[in-house]
Each structure stands twice: as C-alpha cells, then as structure tokens.
Design a protein around this ligand. Structure first.
Ligand code: HEM
Length: 415
C-alpha cells in the first residue's frame, strides 16, 4: 500500500520521496517538454497529480501493458492510499463512479454491450450526411464573418460540431442542449461531480427530465435504445447506471473531439507542407486525423488504474492499491516506439498506430465517431478556406489549464 516505508508516500526501498517527485502541472507552458523529461526518467515514474502520489506510465509499450494488464483495474475500491481524496481527483472523477469507465469484468461488459450498436460502423455511416450538413452550416456561418478579422476556430467551429452530433446521437432535444452543455462544462471546470454536489444535483435533474421525455416519445436515439433494453430486461440498467452512461457519453464525446479538431487545425496551419499533401490528394485527410491523435493527443493524462495485487511492470514493483496514471500524449511521442522523428508531425507515416483512444477492454467507444467527425470537419474547413492562416503562432496560444485535456484555449485564424 501507499503508506510508510514501502509505498509511494515514503521511501524505504529506493522510491522517490515526495520532494523528488515530478509534479504534473496543469498550467504548464509546455506539456510535451514535461513529457520528454518524464519519459527519460523511466517507463513508470513517481509523480504527484493534484497533490496525490501516483505512478505515471510514460512510454508507449508500458502504457499498453498497463491498459491491458489483468492486475490493473479502473475500480476505485482497489485504491489503498491514505489520502482523503483518491488520486487524480479532478481528472478522474469527472464521471460518476457507477459509469462503465470505472467498471471492470462482468459489470463493465453489461454496461458497455448495449452501447456497441449505437456506435457501430453501420450506424455511423448513416450519420455521415448529417455530420456533413452540420459542418457545412458552421462553415456558412464562418463565411459570413469579415475575412481579415481573426476568428477563434476552437469556439466557432471545433466546439459546436461534436456537441451537436453527440446531442443528436444520444437524443437530447434541442431546447435542453444549451443547459446540458453549460452543466457538463461546469463539471469539467470544477474537476468533478464529487466536488460539487449542487452541480451534480442540477445535472441529474436535467438528465432525468430528458430521459422521462424520451420515455414518452421514443425515437432512433441512444436514450430510446437504452430505455427499451432497460424495460425489456426488467432493469438491466439501473436508473443510476442509465444516468451515468448518458452523462459519460456526453462528457467523453465532446471536449476530446473539440481538442482533436483544434489540434489538427493548429498542426496543419503550422506545417503547411503537410497541408499541401492533403490538398493535392497525395494523402487522405484521415491521415492527418491519425497523426494528430498520435502527435498531439487530445487527452494528456487520464485515467488512473490501481494495482489489484503486488505486480512488476517493466522492472518496477507496484504494491497493491497503488495508482498508475495513463500518459497518452507522452506515449504518442515516445522515440522507443516512433524513432528519432517522434516529434515530427508527418502525415505520410507508414503506420499510424497510437494509443490515443486507449487499448483493451476500455478502448474508446466513440473512436469511429471521433475519427469521422475529425475527417469531415478538417476536410470541409480547409476546402472552404484555402488561404486560411494562423493569427498567432500555436506556441504563443495559452494551453488548457487541466491535466486531462491537451489543447490550446483558442485557435485564432484569419480565414
Ligand atoms: C474511453 C479517448 C471521443 C466515448 C476512452 C479512452 C480514451 C478515449 C483514451 C480509454 C480510457 C481508459 O482506457 O480507461 C478519446 C479521444 C476522443 C474520444 C481521444 C476524441 C478524439 C469519444 C467520443 C465518445 C467517446 C466521441 C462518445 C460519443 C467513450 C466512452 C469510453 C471512452 C464511453 C469508455 C469506454 C469503456 O470504459 O469501456 N476514450 N475518446 N469517446 N470513450 Fe473516448
């Protein structure tokens, strides 16, 4: 466990003292530089995340092991630390404990299975025209702006698109969308529902109201699917689980995709030669999406896993209950995996293997959707505004002030 001479908190056997730990700083000016230092320190590095000690899985191969290891669990009850708050409070507790993200084994399968139809390739192919339509509408709005005035594409383009798509997929009526997004954004801001009982109550009430409305008028949406299953099987998903699932999809399906689209715009406007490869048709736009996922992962650090028993990974001994943080952005630039040009944004890479969507049983359910949205959005945007240019270099843009997301707070461009 974490206490005393053997755990992460103290050192009897050569482990880092609190003072020697890397402190993950949400307000860091250069997360990739921090990650370079972390990776150089080792495959599993003692860190402090939001004041709580944990291990960071910094390298691609190590992260892959951690994500698939039978002795590593997402279930919080395995944690044996003595701190009042579990590790990574703000980043890990954005979603309710009962959600599938925090479940393992049979319970995880039971919660995940009903969602697989909604996110199947077939359903998504059906969504393509709708995503294209929403994208075209946003682009028309942009085209009405003064072409030589900087416009923030994170706010005006990357943000609304995934939000509308996920709302439709889930079945959130248009009149509730603003309120729901205000609440989930606020949750992400304060760092978690546990930390804000008022927000939790408001969010729960709103989602319950939406679910009740769908009950009366079922349609081709996820809430209706889940609800049908819910009734048919005599409560296969409890009310709490239904709530947690919808809330998770809402949070997981939005900001991550906003970051992906924002980061891809930034990368392509910085590396114009890469953009030319897409424009000339030498590389598909999907290659830019994959390379962005690797090179500038929308998620920086998330989530924790806990050792269910003493276990050794890459030569490091973890004690039962010790937490390990997944460093997705770091793994994406690991020279052990990608060679000396790991830091180069290159849409012509032969293979785009990356861990940005995780791996194993918790592999991102929304990956096909995020890829589809990213590709449609980037292609349409660059086709509509071929002369678009950054209003400020990306390095000068303020980064998000969170350990979870990796992006800039704005993306000002001149169309
Ligand atoms: C899980 C990344 C978009 C829904 C995950 C995980 C990652 C991830 C890394 C695995 C977490 C773990 O191993 O514990 C991303 C990225 C996205 C994205 C980078 C966008 C670029 C989406 C979208 C949706 C979604 C659009 C839904 C509409 C989920 C869900 C899980 C998940 C439900 C939990 C799966 C489980 O625990 O079994 N995502 N995601 N994600 N993601 Fe995504």
């Amino acid at each position: 466990h974490l206490d005393g001479a053997t755990g992460l908190d103290g050192d009897g056997d050569g482990r880092a003292e609190q003072a020697d730990r890397f402190v993950l700083d949400p307000a860091t000016a250069d997360m990739h530089a921090d990650n370079d230092r972390l990776r150089q320190a080792g495959p599993l590095v003692p860190i402090t995340a939001e004041g709580v000690p944990a291990w960071a899985a910094t390298r691609y191969a190590t992260l892959l092991t951690v994500l698939t290891h039978p002795d590593m669990s997402r279930e919080l009850h395995h944690w044996t630390g003595r701190h009042a708050m579990p590790p990574g409070t703000a980043i890990d507790r954005i979603v309710t404990d009962t959600s599938l993200l925090n479940a393992e084994g049979e319970r995880h399968r039971r919660l995940r299975m009903p969602l697989t139809t909604a996110f199947s390739q077939r359903r998504l192919n059906g969504l393509r025209p709708r995503i294209e339509e929403l994208t075209a509408r946003l682009i028309d709005r942009l085209a009405e702006l003064l072409p030589d005035q900087p416009v923030d594409l994170r706010l005006e383009f990357a943000y609304p698109l995934p939000r509308e798509v996920i709302s439709e997929l889930i079945g959130i009526p248009a009149r509730h969308q603003d309120e729901l997004h205000r609440l989930t954004d606020a949750v992400a801001q304060v760092g978690g529902l546990e930390d804000s009982p008022g927000l939790r109550k408001e969010l729960r009430e709103l989602l319950d109201q939406i679910i009740d409305e769908r009950r009366g008028t079922p349609g081709e949406d996820l809430i209706s699917d889940l609800f049908a299953l819910h009734e048919k099987d005599g409560g296969r998903l409890s009310e709490d689980e239904l709530f947690a699932t919808i809330e998770l999809l809402f949070i997981a399906g939005h900001v991550t995709t906003v970051n992906l689209i924002t980061n891809a715009i930034g990368a392509l406007l910085t590396e114009r030669g890469q953009l030319d490869l897409l424009r000339s048709g030498q590389c598909p736009y999907s290659a830019a999406v994959e390379e962005t996922l690797r090179w500038d992962s929308p998620i920086a650090y998330f989530p924790m896993r806990y050792a269910v028993r003493d276990v050794e990974i890459d030569g490091v001994r973890l004690r039962t209950g010790e937490p390990v943080l997944a460093c997705f952005a770091s793994a994406g630039r690991d020279p052990h995996q990608y060679g000396d040009d790991a830091h180069v944004f290159d849409v012509t890479r032969e293979q785009f293997t990356h861990l940005a969507f995780g791996h194993g049983p918790h592999f991102c359910l929304g990956a096909p959707l995020a890829r589809l949205e990213g590709e449609i959005a980037i292609k349409a945007l660059f086709e509509a505004f071929p002369d678009m240019a950054l209003a400020r270099p990306v390095e000068e843009l303020p980064p998000l002030d969170t350990l979870l997301g990796n992006s800039t707070r704005t993306m000002p461009v001149v169309l």
